[in-house]
Every structure is written in C-alpha cells, then in structure tokens.
Design a protein around this ligand. Sequence first.
Ligand SMILES: [Zn+2]
Length: 342
Amino acid sequence: MSEHIFKGFNIEYPVYTIQTPHTGIVLEVRCLNVAEVAKLKSSITTAARVPFILNRVVYSSIVNKPAYMRDFESFSKMITTRDREALLYGLYQATFSNEVESIGVVCQECNEKEKLNLKLSDMMTVDMYPKTLEGVYKAHKYGNPLEFQPDSVMEESISRTENIPDEEPPEGLSDEDQIQWAKDRADAKREAALVQSKQSPPPPQTVNSDILDREVRVTLPLSKIVAVLKVPTVSDEELVLTDKATINRELRDLLSELMIISRFEIYDSNQTMTGAVTGRDDVLIGYQQLPSKDRLHIFDEYKKEFGQYGVSLNQHWSCNQCDSENEYGMDITEQFFRMVVR
Ligand SMILES: [Zn+2]
C-alpha cells in the first residue's frame, strides 16, 4: 500500500469586489482561511508587526491581480493606507458577515448606553478621489463605447477641466511655485487633449497615479515653515516603521502621524527657499519642535486635500431615552481585528 498524501481541499472561496478610493483599482478579495486568521491573531501581541503581517495577508487574498501588480512590492507602492482600509472592508465582507450585532454606543446628550444591530452595507459610503474617479470614468467611456452610459455630472466636471484658456502665470509667484503652476497646466492640457482627440486611450498598463504623485505645500501659520504633504502608501508606512525595530507606542504614533509629511522646506522673507529637511530622522526632529497649532494645521489641510476620500461606515441612531439624534462611526480596522481575535 502506498502512503496516502493529503494535498488539501479544492475550495471555492467567497469573494468580494471593491474599488480602491484613492487609486481606483478594482480588486477582488477572497475570504481569509483559518491559517491567515491565526497569523493575524498572533501578530497582535507585537503591535509593531501588525501592519507588516496585515499587508501581506491582504495582498495574498487578492485574486486575479492586474498585470501591473506583479508582486508584493508593486502592490505596496500603489495602494495607499486608506485604500487598504477599503480592501479590509472587502475582506471583512468576504470573511465575516454583513451583520454586526450588539455594538455598544453611548448617547452624546444623556449618556444612555444602547446596543445596535447593524448592517455594514447600509453604513458604507465610498468617496473616490475626484481625479481618480474622472480617470476611471474616461477609461470606461473609451474602453467600452457600446455599453457606455454617459453621466451628466461627470461630463460637466470633465468639460470644466478641459476648457482651460491659455494664460500667463499669476504675478508674484516664487520660482518653485511657477514650476508647479506650469506642471499643473501641462497635466490639465494633456488630459484635455486626450478627450478632444476622441481616440481611445491605451488600456491602463499602470495605476492611475495622480494622487500618488501629488504634493501639497502648506505654510504653517506660526513657524512659517512649509510642510510638503503627500498620501502615504503601504510601502511608505513599512519604510517608516521598519527602521525602528524596538519601537515604543509613543514613537510609533508619532511616526504614523509623520507619514503624511514628505519633507519640510524653509523660505526667507523674499520667498526664496533656503533649506529643506528630507531625511526621515530629521523630519521627526523638526516635527517634534513645531508649535502644537502648526501640527493641527497640517492635519486640517491634509484632511481637506486627501483625507476626506475613502471608505467610511456611519450609522445614524436615535436615543431611546431622550430621543436625541446620534451618529456612530465605525473604524473598519478595529472592527476587523475584533473579529480576528474572537
Ligand atoms: Zn439620549
């Protein structure tokens, strides 16, 4: 008798399709298996390792990866941390359940405690980054002209960006801002030309990278230092956390805040740049010296430019005790790990 070797089941896993709100990639994730949930569960005891294990589990759960996402490294450079939240939502739906029972909430008016039974699909909204949404719309329009259903709101928004007249740069811009101004216009023109030529754009070989390339300069109100903000990718996050092997919670929180700052720039009174702080350790030192109000300004500006786009889960509820209206916002990552450790 030959020894029987069990090679495993041939299981068709449930899948969930989701579009990343920052970079606009449509991906299908399959439900996690027992081994993956166990791996995530064990990661929790070493908090510093959580993102590393989570990122790899998310990556391996993606089925039918697009050609441009050929390995973990390319995935980590085209998925922002906010996109990962959307993928986690998909993973949650594929692995656990749409219904969440007995979520404890507190009325903000009378402090009455209640338990809510929720449906995630009713709570979920996606706010796509506008430029990405436009890119996705155009790719669909020229990619499937026969099946295409025009959307009047989208068409109007696109025609606004296309009809940009020729003009001189505004007076009084610094050299750097003039370069940025010219770059922005070239981008706008290129987009417009693509549509006017009425030709199908080539099929996407790579991800819509507008949001990944974008930098936002913010002059801080008290220190007058310029913070250059960008959206952190999964790769940025790993680079920041990886250096600090024996990381403590305080430092980790600081580094997480710092991920949205690409660098600092220093200008003199003539608006000439006199220095830049680029190394991660130097950015950390500089960041800690900023007046607290400047830190809040950074977050406000980031939220305005990038932070409002993503997947969010909100539930409106009325208090049984005092009839006040309340809003409950669920953090998908927290809820995901609540189910992992259960
Ligand atoms: Zn109440």
